[in-house]
Design a protein around this ligand. Structure first.
Ligand code: GLP
Length: 261
């Protein structure tokens, strides 16, 4: 795991956008994994800026979402597909038809999950997965106790996650769905490069476990310790309980070189 500590979320956005640019330059039909939540916001804004400046095009890029709530109507502003359309699709030039997500309104849930796994495989797999982390160490919606070998499936959200996400539902935890469809931990592990972003004090414990803790299904993000290519982009707050943070406290100028990836 490579840990990069940045000063601002904007720096994180620039850094990760560079990784996307390097991928798009290197590959004719790149496949991005996109996350919802507030952490990737600066990345999407920076991608939008570069597209607007003519420095980047995502026209030939496919994108796969990590997860989706079950039971939200198609026009709900917090449905993850709607969020991704608003925050990632609209500011960039990606074709909305190239953006895929698990179908949270499917009648045949198991079939929908299997179809989603197949769609990722058929696209050639995910080249660059943009990822956040929950305060309880979840990735996508793989809550504590999730199998580290799991694939896309139906999950029940923990009370903590529903409370964390209530901020997007007028602070009304009862309005936050109880179920979701999510890529499994094993699905995420197949992405060729995982870039995880985390900011702020609320992520300290999860980051501590993910980077320096024991691998355990109780902290699903710890599975990433087995992944050969993970970049973790943190601010000082999120990194503040890392024993080895001094090794990672790189100057902004010493940012990773994505060209060789
Ligand atoms: N399913 C999403 C996760 O994919 C995301 O990583 C997490 C953290 O969100 P935030 O980045 O807003 O802290 O929130 C949700 O639960």
């Amino acid at each position: 795991m490579e840990i990069v500590i940045v000063e601002t979320q904007q720096q994180a956005g620039e850094l990760v956008a560079e990784a996307v640019v390097a991928l798009v330059e290197r590959k004719a039909n790149p496949v991005l994994g996109v996350a919802t939540g507030s952490s990737p916001g600066a990345v999407y804004r920076e991608l939008g800026r570069r597209v607007a400046q003519g420095r980047l095009s995502l026209k030939d890029t496919q994108a796969f979402m990590l997860d989706e709530y079950v039971g939200l109507p198609a026009d709900h502003p917090q449905r993850y597909r709607t969020v991704i359309d608003r925050e990632f699709v609209q500011p960039t030039d990606i074709d909305p038809a190239n953006v895929h997500g698990p179908d949270g309104s499917a009648q045949e849930i198991e079939q929908a999950c299997a179809d989603y796994e197949r769609a990722i495989t058929n696209a050639g797999g995910i080249d660059l997965q943009i990822l956040g982390i929950g305060t309880d160490g979840h990735i996508a919606f793989n809550e504590p106790g999730s199998s580290l070998g799991s694939r896309t499936r139906l999950k029940t959200l923990t009370r903590q996650t529903r409370e964390d996400n209530a901020r997007f539902f007028d602070d009304d935890v009862a309005s936050v769905p109880k179920h979701c469809l999510t890529q499994g931990v094993a699905t995420i592990m197949e992405a060729r490069h995982v870039v995880l972003l985390a900011f702020g004090q609320s992520k300290v414990e999860a980051i501590h476990h993910m980077v320096e803790g024991s691998v355990s299904a109780m902290w699903p993000a710890t599975a990433l310790q087995f992944h050969p290519h993970v970049t973790v982009v943190l601010d000082e707050s999120a990194a503040s309980r890392l024993q080895l943070a001094s090794y990672a406290r790189q100057a902004w100028e010493a940012k990773p070189d994505w060209q060789g990836l």
